[in-house]
Design a protein around this ligand. Structure first.
Ligand code: PLP
Length: 329
């Protein structure tokens, strides 16, 4: 973890306190705090990339701010204004960079803004009267170690992650706790990731545990259309926009797992990749479903490569495209 974090508190009487940059370290919270018992907690994942000129730019923090607000609204947590969110993440990057000499500065910095309910209360009376908002910073390499590594993915047929009209679209802590066991089972089957299907019918593809999913079928780039049961990824939206810029036809629609498996089995050309703030664009080589293996490929497909390269170039400021996606520090 980098040495400086940020903290702001919210209380019913006073609203938001002023942000404070403080040394990263343990915090004191009552063991009766609502977050520990009822899981009232929301977080975000934001990344700042080192540019060629040595400065840093945060990737689309306004989008994270808006998603944070939507998640907070659903979890009965006070909303942080967009500018306060952007200032918070930017000031944490700046403060940590000030403490590092140029050669020690990482390729990117992952920021973790989060908010938790701190009112001590064992009675479940509803909304907490106190919250703590914090931002942590972690140095991160831009690429996964081996850039051509293909993921092996277990398509989940035992558990469900979310249901319609629930909280699947929100980035709330409980959505992740529920996926740990499935992720462990996937590791037991020698898989890197879990692909989740819709809760009610287990027919429709939704997302991975911490990223969104894309396929290339024919000459189309396909991704499941958004609904209220999975996370609207900012990388997902960015990939769709960049694909259109690159002349790749995009389609957002319901995708049945059976359609995909049949396409792979019949020998059609298929590409699949995972995308997210930490995953960037990571190709998938194999799907495992109900004990059977469906091999997509051993090398990243050409559309996957093209989109990955362009996304990384935009994030690092090496592309002239989408200049408004970079928020300078
Ligand atoms: C469940 C889930 N889906 C999708 C994503 C991808 O979202 P983003 O591209 O905004 O990082 C994430 C990562 O934050 C996630 O946790």
């Amino acid at each position: 973890m980098l040495p400086t974090m940020l903290r702001m508190d919210w209380s019913v009487g006073d609203g938001w306190s002023r942000p404070a940059l403080i040394p990263y370290g343990n915090i004191e919270v009552s063991p009766a705090a609502q977050v520990f018992h009822y899981g009232q907690a929301v977080f975000e994942g934001v990344r700042a990339y080192r540019q060629d000129d040595g400065r840093y730019a945060v990737f689309r923090p306004d989008e994270n701010a808006k998603r944070f607000q939507r998640s907070c609204a659903r979890m009965a947590i006070p909303e942080l204004p967009t500018m306060s969110f952007i200032d918070a993440v930017t000031s944490v990057v700046a403060a940590n960079l000030d403490a590092l000499d140029d050669p020690a500065r990482p390729e990117s910095i992952y920021l973790r803004p989060f908010i938790v309910a701190t009112e001590p209360s064992l009675g479940f009376y509803g909304r907490s009267s106190d919250f703590a908002f914090m931002v942590l910073a972690l140095p991160m390499q831009q690429y996964f170690g081996d850039r051509t590594r293909m993921l092996r993915v277990l398509v989940q047929d035992e558990f469900s992650r979310a249901f319609p009209r629930g909280v699947g679209f929100a980035k709330c802590a409980g959505n992740y706790a529920g996926t740990i066991l499935a992720q462990e089972n996937a590791a037991g089957a020698d898989c890197d990731q879990v692909l989740w299907l819709d809760g009610p019918t287990q027919q429709w593809i939704e997302e991975f545990s911490t990223s969104n999913v894309f396929f290339v079928l024919g000459d189309e780039l396909l991704t499941p259309s958004l609904n209220d049961a999975f996370l609207p990824g900012i990388t997902r939206a960015s990939v769709l926009d960049l694909a259109r810029e690159l002349g790749v036809p995009t389609v957002e629609r319901k995708i049945a797992i059976q359609e995909l498996l049949s396409a792979i089995e019949s020998g059609q050309q298929v590409e699949c990749f995972s995308c997210g703030t930490t995953a960037s664009v990571t190709p998938v080589g194999t799907l495992v479903f109900k004990g059977r293996e469906y091999r997509i490929g051993t090398k990243p497909g050409s559309v996957t490569e093209k989109i990955r390269e362009e996304l990384l170039a935009v994030q690092a400021g090496r592309s002239v495209r989408m200049p408004t996606w970079r928020h300078g520090v």
